[in-house]
Write a protein that binds this ligand. Structure first.
Ligand SMILES: [Zn+2]
Length: 270
């Protein structure tokens, strides 16, 4: 088992019902970064199934303020504070995101959490606004945020430099923009959305939703000289065949390793 892992908590797009929305934990030793939290309370059962204790998570990154990424974060904040109140959570909890994401999260938390919970905001639960190119650290992992230049909704991806020097890039849930080549090229691990198969584009209509397919993900990974490609944020109509079909399509253009994880898959970053 590697010291570094990706623990996929969810792999689906916004309206899936057969799996959870895309979110994951990036783990290095005992340090964990939760990247997004899906669309609701389901994040709690995903963490439980993954045997992750909330008390071990002290950092969360929010890519953008769409429902399928940020509403689960409200539950994370609520449960972290509950643990703090019960003295079963040591230290502080930090949330990183751009101004829009944090404003939305703060606003929902203040509108929905009990006043005794709100007292923890800014005391032991901190919202850290990050700007394009800002760097923060989670243990020995260095995380650099970048604006993915979405035409739809302000969204940040990130590049993580792991303690062993490996580079992992999360492109968020929209197609790669050439403006981010500096961050994304030569990644050892490239995490890229694939809304559906190119073969199924007429069924799922990815392009009109500002999404792309496994075929384009393979083209991008090849162009960016990635080592490993991980596909996520997919449709969920045929999950048993997803791994083989998406891999086959992406491999037409990308010759490195391709991962199409199911929810709760753990991937060694080795
Ligand atoms: Zn999404």
């Amino acid at each position: 088992m590697s010291d570094n892992q990706i623990i996929m908590l969810g792999t689906g797009h916004a309206t899936v019902t057969r799996c959870y929305n895309t979110c994951f934990v990036l783990k290095s030793g005992n340090d964990m970064l939760l990247a997004d939290a899906g669309g609701g309370n389901g994040i709690l059962s995903q963490l439980k199934k993954a045997h992750i204790d909330l008390a071990d998570i002290h950092d969360m990154f929010i890519t953008h303020a769409h429902t399928d990424h940020i509403l689960g974060a409200v539950w994370i904040v609520r449960m972290v504070i509950q643990r703090m109140k019960n003295n079963t959570y040591d230290g502080c909890f930090s949330v990183y995101g751009h101004d829009k994401s944090l404003n939305v999260l703060d606003s929902i938390c203040r509108s929905t959490l009990h006043v005794s919970y709100q007292a923890y905001l800014g005391k032991r639960v901190f919202f850290h606004e990050v700007k394009d190119a800002d760097i923060f650290n989670v243990g020995d992992m260095e995380i650099q945020c970048f604006d993915i230049k979405s035409a739809k909704e302000k969204q940040f991806g990130f590049r993580a430099i792991l303690p062993d020097g490996q580079k992992l890039v999360c492109l968020g849930d929209e197609p790669y923009n050439e403006a981010n080549r500096l961050y994304a090229e030569n990644a050892d691990w490239l995490m890229c959305e694939a809304f559906c198969l190119y073969a199924d584009r007429e069924i799922f209509k990815p392009y009109e939703k500002q999404h792309s397919t496994a075929l384009e993900a393979g083209i991008i990974a090849d162009k960016l000289n990635a080592g490993n490609l991980l596909l996520y944020h997919t449709e969920d109509k045929n999950l048993p065949a997803r791994k083989s079909k998406y891999t086959a399509e992406a491999s037409q253009n990308f010759k490195g390793n391709i991962y199409v994880p199911d929810d709760l898959d753990v991937i060694d970053i080795a």
